[in-house]
Structures are given as structure tokens and as C-alpha cells.
Design a protein around this ligand. Structure first.
Ligand SMILES: *[C@@H]1O[C@H](CO)[C@@H](O)[C@H](O)[C@H]1NC(C)=O
Length: 476
């Protein structure tokens, strides 16, 4: 008689074999779905009949300096002391203690220096390290870079704080007027560490990064007036702005003053020149409210993600106001409800003829949606497809997507908005368009890169790409 244990072992091996076969089949099946989505994008993406040709971008930029955290601390001859978090950094000791605090936990963190001298001396040491990398940083500079890469024939002007290093890094085809010059770059120091790295008696449990900065121009938006001044001679047909979120560290008076200036300058921009604003993560509800109430009616197009959208809805009493606390991927119908609310509340409607807002471009990890006031924007399907396709391409850092390197993570059944019927996702028709209460919406899933290499500035790339494939048709 065969021992029971042997029988069980054989059975276990057989089940494992079946499972593996099923898994392989699943992979082939999901690769097929990915491929049909890529084909659908390819078929849908076409340039609009009238493309933007003069694009003005501003106003936040910096240089990202990436170094090994431990190498830098060794060069600074700093050893770990107390591990203690400081919300703002003023001394080398604050810096050392805060780094130690997050390093020993393996937690990502970002802290600002309030005084330049200490920070600059740290940067000088980091700059002297044999191994370091410099990159373009800041949403606006990244969007300018994306726009010229997509559309090399276009004239692109960038205005924002540009020091000597950033000028070197920016593509030479971008025109940067002299009024952008600052004597010393605003550097964001990114200290990377790997799992198991040791510093004194501390050891990193996981790989992560600690970011510190001292921003004068960005945090005070000093280039705002210069930006609007430069528009007169440049005569853009599209304006792209970002950097408002960086004002959060300022006093309420300072912030309100800047917002008022921005609002006045935006209202002076002729209606036939669309202005896109890219939002970024904010933590102050009252600052966000001021941006919504005062800036939104003065811009044509808004780019944002689920955190910003749900925080806006929460701050202003919109639908699904508890969604901003939710973890995980947001449900499609909730996002559409909130976009519809945003367009109805701030967009150009019969009740609000003076508002300029006619487009909202939403991007999350797993899907994107664009909502426009019908007829103001054309080529929306192509624009949204181009934005979703670039998300996977840039994250994987490839020219063309390979189905094996990406994953689809949307539910296979969902509603397009509250009150709509559930629908099955159709891989052969993945880009969905519909009209709702005078607005036109387009949905497309994202193919998420399994092993992402480049995630910095992904939202900026998505929004810039969507704009370059869009056509603005102002009403007379
Ligand atoms: C999509 O287009 C790219 C070129 O942009 C091409 O390399 C790729 O093979 C196409 N993929 C599919 C599935 O049609």
C-alpha cells in the first residue's frame, strides 16, 4: 500500500502544476487584453487639425540633486545623535536628527530648511561628492520639457527660477528669458539609501529617500509677475502653469495677496488663449478653497489627481466628501460625480458665463478621465489616450509599451456615474465617451508599469501630453 503521505505529496505537486498552468494562461490572457488596449490607443491617437504652436510655461522649477545619503553624511563628518523629527530644519543637528529618525524607520520624508546658510553648505558638500546626479525638477519645468519633446516644432518659453545648473539641464530649444535667472539654483537634495545601509549604529530596514530643500523663489512664487510680463512679447496660444501648492508655507496674508495678483493677471489674458493649471498635493483646506473660488473661474483647464479632487470636494461640500480619507483606487463613478460637480460649480455654464473653466483632466494610477464643457475642446479621445499611453511608457522608461511589462488594474465592471447602470469593461473598446448634463467625458484605463523606473513628474507628463493632443475651440 502506498503511504498516505506520499499520495498527499503527489497530489500537492499536481495541484501546484495545475495552478502554474492556470497562472501562465492568465498571464497570456491578460497580455492579450493589454495588447488590445494598446491597439485601441494607437488607433485613437491622432493630432488635432489645429495644434498649439506657441506655449508659455511657468512658474516652478528647481534642480533635483540625488546622492547617497550615507556618503553625504560621512563627507559632512556627521554621526547619528538623537533620532528626532523636526518639521522644519534650521541647523545641521536638526537635519542629522530628522534624517536619523526616518532612516532608522525606512520612511520617506520631505523637510524644508528655513535658513539658507546651513542648507547651502550641505549642498556644497553634496555637490563635491564623486557620485551624484542632477535632474530637472519642478512641475512647470518638467511640463515644458515634455511639451518640446512631444512637439519639437513648437516654440516653448519657460519662465521660473532658473539658476546656472538648471539652464544647463533644460533642453536648448526652450527659450528662457533672462528675467528667469537666479544666481544660485534652488536645489532639492534627495538622499537615497538602500535596505541594510548602516550609519553609525543605525540601519535602514528598507530602501527609501529623504528630501530636503530651501526654496526662496518657488515658495514665494517670485516669478509670477515676470511670467505674465513675458506673455506680451511672446504671444502664446497656450499657457501652462503650476506651482501654487508651494505657497502653502507662507502666511495667509502673503498667500491671499499672491492669489489676488494671479487672479487679476489671469483675467487680463484674452479668452481665446487657454490657460491650464496643474494642481499638486496640498494639505491646507483654506488655501485650496481660495484657489478653487478665485483661480478656477479664471483658467480654462485644470489637471489633478484623486487626492486633490476629493480634497476639493471635501473642502467645498461636494459629493463623496469622505472620499479624501479613502485608501486605494477611487471608484470611477465617484470620480465622475466629483468632476461633474467641479464643472457645474466652477465651469462655464449658462449661470456662470464669465467663468473660463471648460476642461478638467483627472489622472490616477489606474485610469484617467477628461471632462469638458461640450464643444469647447476637440480631439478629447485622442488626447486622453495619449495621456494614458504616456503614463505607462514613461514609468517603464520605454519608447513603446510591451504587454508583458504592464498590468491593467481597473475593476472589470463599474458604473460611469451615480445612477448609471453597471457596465462590463470591453477590452476591444476600452476608451469610453459619454455626454452628461452638457458636458462630454472620456475614460481610459492606464496600463501600469510592473517595475517602474521613472515616476517623478508622471502627472505633469500626462497633463502636458493631453494638452498637446487637444484642440481649443473658443466660442465667439
Ligand atoms: C502601437 O504603436 C507603436 C508605435 O507608436 C508600435 O510600436 C506598437 O507596436 C503598436 N502596438 C500595437 C499593439 O498596435
Amino acid at each position: 500500500m502506498i503511504p498516505k503521505i506520499l499520495l498527499l505529496a503527489v497530489l500537492a505537486i499536481f495541484i501546484a502544476y495545475l495552478y502554474q498552468k492556470w497562472q501562465a494562461n492568465e498571464d497570456i490572457y491578460s497580455d492579450e487584453i493589454d495588447k488590445s488596449i494598446i491597439s485601441a490607443w494607437n488607433a485613437s491617437i491622432k493630432l488635432p487639425s489645429r495644434r498649439f504652436s506657441r506655449i508659455s510655461v511657468g512658474v516652478n522649477s528647481n534642480v533635483d540633486l540625488i546622492v547617497s545619503g550615507i556618503q553625504l553624511l560621512k563627507s559632512l563628518k556627521v554621526l547619528p545623535g538623537n533620532q528626532q523629527n523636526h518639521n522644519i530644519l534650521t541647523t545641521v543637528e536638526d537635519f542629522e536628527e530628522t534624517f536619523g529618525f526616518f532612516f532608522s524607520k525606512g520612511m520617506a520624508a520631505e523637510r524644508a530648511f528655513t535658513v539658507p546658510d546651513v542648507y547651502n553648505s550641505i549642498i556644497d558638500v553634496a555637490d563635491g561628492l564623486p557620485e551624484k546626479e542632477y535632474y530637472i525638477g519642478g512641475n512647470a519645468a518638467l511640463m515644458a520639457e515634455k511639451v518640446v519633446s512631444l512637439h519639437p516644432d513648437a516654440k516653448v518659453q519657460y519662465v521660473g527660477p532658473v539658476g546656472p545648473k538648471l539652464r544647463e539641464l533644460m533642453p536648448p530649444s526652450i527659450s528662457i528669458p533672462e528675467l528667469s535667472n537666479i544666481p544660485r539654483d534652488e536645489v532639492h537634495l534627495i538622499m537615497e539609501y538602500s535596505v541594510g545601509d548602516t550609519w553609525g549604529n543605525l540601519q535602514a530596514p528598507v530602501a527609501n529617500r529623504f528630501i530636503s530643500s530651501f526654496d526662496e523663489s518657488n515658495s514665494k512664487m517670485t516669478m509670477l509677475e515676470s511670467f505674465f510680463m513675458s506673455l506680451e512679447s511672446f504671444r502664446p496660444d497656450l499657457i501652462i502653469m503650476s506651482g501654487l501648492h508651494l505657497l502653502e508655507g507662507q502666511t495667509k496674508e502673503f498667500f491671499n495677496e499672491k492669489i489676488k495678483t494671479l487672479k487679476d493677471r489671469l483675467h487680463a489674458v484674452p479668452k481665446y488663449i487657454p490657460v491650464h493649471l496643474e494642481l499638486a498635493s496640498m494639505s491646507s483646506g483654506s488655501f485650496l478653497e481660495a484657489i478653487l473660488d478665485q483661480v478656477l473661474p479664471a483658467i480654462s483647464s485644470l489637471g489633478l489627481n484623486e487626492q486633490e479632487l476629493s480634497f476639493a470636494s471635501h473642502s467645498k461640500g461636494g459629493p463623496h466628501s469622505e472620499e479624501y480619507l479613502a485608501r486605494g483606487q477611487p471608484e470611477v463613478h465617484k470620480i465622475v460625480d466629483m468632476m461633474l460637480w467641479l464643472l457645474k460649480t466652477y465651469g462655464q455654464t449658462k449661470q456662470r458665463v464669465n467663468s473660463k473653466l471648460t476642461r478638467v483632466h483627472f489622472h490616477s494610477l489606474t485610469y484617467h478621465i477628461v471632462g469638458v464643457v461640450s464643444d469647447f475642446w476637440q480631439n478629447n479621445e485622442a488626447a486622453l489616450s495619449a495621456g494614458t499611453r504616456i503614463a505607462g511608457r514613461q514609468a517603464c522608461d520605454v519608447e513603446s509599451l510591451n504587454p508583458e511589462e504592464v498590468d491593467l488594474k481597473i475593476p472589470m465592471q463599474f458604473k460611469l456615474f451615480s445612477g448609471a447602470a453597471e457596465r462590463k469593461f470591453n477590452q476591444n473598446d476600452p476608451i469610453i465617451s459619454w455626454d452628461l448634463e452638457g458636458f462630454h467625458f472620456v475614460f481610459s484605463p492606464v496600463l501600469i508599469c510592473k517595475n517602474p523606473l521613472k515616476t517623478v513628474g508622471l502627472g505633469d507628463s500626462i497633463s502636458a501630453t493631453g494638452l498637446m493632443y487637444s484642440e481649443f475651440v473658443p466660442r465667439q
